[in-house]
Design a protein around this ligand. Sequence first.
Ligand code: URA
Length: 429
Amino acid sequence: MIEPFAAVEVIAAKRDRNELSNEMIDWIVSAYTRGVVADEQMSALLMAILLNGMNTREISRWTNAMINSGERMNWSALDRPTTDKHSTGGVGDKITLPLAPLVAACGGAVPQLSGRGLGHTGGTLDKLESIPGWRAELTNEEMLNVLKSCGAVICAASAGLAPADKKLYALRDVTATVEAIPLIASSIMSKKIAEGTSVLILDVKTGNGAFMSDPARAGELARAMVALGTEAGVKTRALVTAMDVPLGLTVGNALEVRESVEVLAGGGPDDVRELTILLAREMLSAANIHEKDPADALKDGSAMDHWRRMISAQGGNPDAPLPTAKETHQVRALSSGTMTTMHALKVGVASWRLGAGRSRQGEKVQAGAGIEIHAKPGDLVNKGDLLFTLHTDEGARFERALESLEGAVGIVQGGVADRLPLVIERIEP
Ligand code: URA
């Protein structure tokens, strides 16, 4: 095949702050996926994009080129609308676990393609894999069957879905080009559009524990993604939500499953329950489904019933005891007062160092590792009160985790909680 461009022409165009033509974008994404463009050439282009940006047309074309690199899923065999949510990731963000069966219990179909954690943020699949027997890898046919019988499925994306993104994401990770808004927006939206959902609610996290620590940049990313989804015919809305403090009272795989089950049983921490209900209402109203209010489905047991069916359909035993770590270590307050802050990133890194996350793709995570949180900003604590319980299978990991927790909590006599509101902004087209 005669290639219509040379990679250097495309790199030079973006280096010189020119717009890339549609033809250039289609070609470079396809040629990179086919192995015709080398990693060093794509690295240079990604850095030029990070530095010089892309306009709306370029982002949209780049996203389409990534979608066209693989298969598109189709849910027309279902008798109810598909509605999904995507979070940009954070510390203790287990919302997908209670949310998918909750929305199913209220009449939606939720085809959740999820990922694994990398770095300090956890991954939904790692969390669910702590349930004995549960399987993340499903064929498209199995996925459809679980969706039909349970109303929700949470599984890994197949290798055929947006393969360009798989290659590009791995390259961005090692070339300091993850942070570019055009690249994040196209990466997330190419997968979600290829997944074939009719409705998508984006939970864009902001604060020190999120990708986009600055709320204004998070809003910019949210607007770019809402525009991409809308243009592709997906009803897309976004909430910019707080990730300056961990969500809930647990961070780590099995610990977060336990807390999700508490939410499904009608309890759980206020912030996790509130955000779960809020996102469920957004997913249902955008899909024009008004059968039942999500708060009622948590109270009457129907969300729990859908959870149990969904876990069983993927080989898991919802009644099996969850794995626990071999060793624990308690962290206590050094002074008395009001807890004013809890630094999500520091807590996330500590949990990661305890073995809950991985530092290289493919590494095994510890199911039982992580952190239980015993007090949150706004709570009064006395010197000696328990703040955190650390869990790991390898006691040698405590030291590095404790280093990360240094300065993670602020305690001030007569102080007040200094944290972002749970929802900072709501964006619709
Ligand atoms: N999640 C993705 O899938 N892609 C990004 O670029 C960032 C977060």
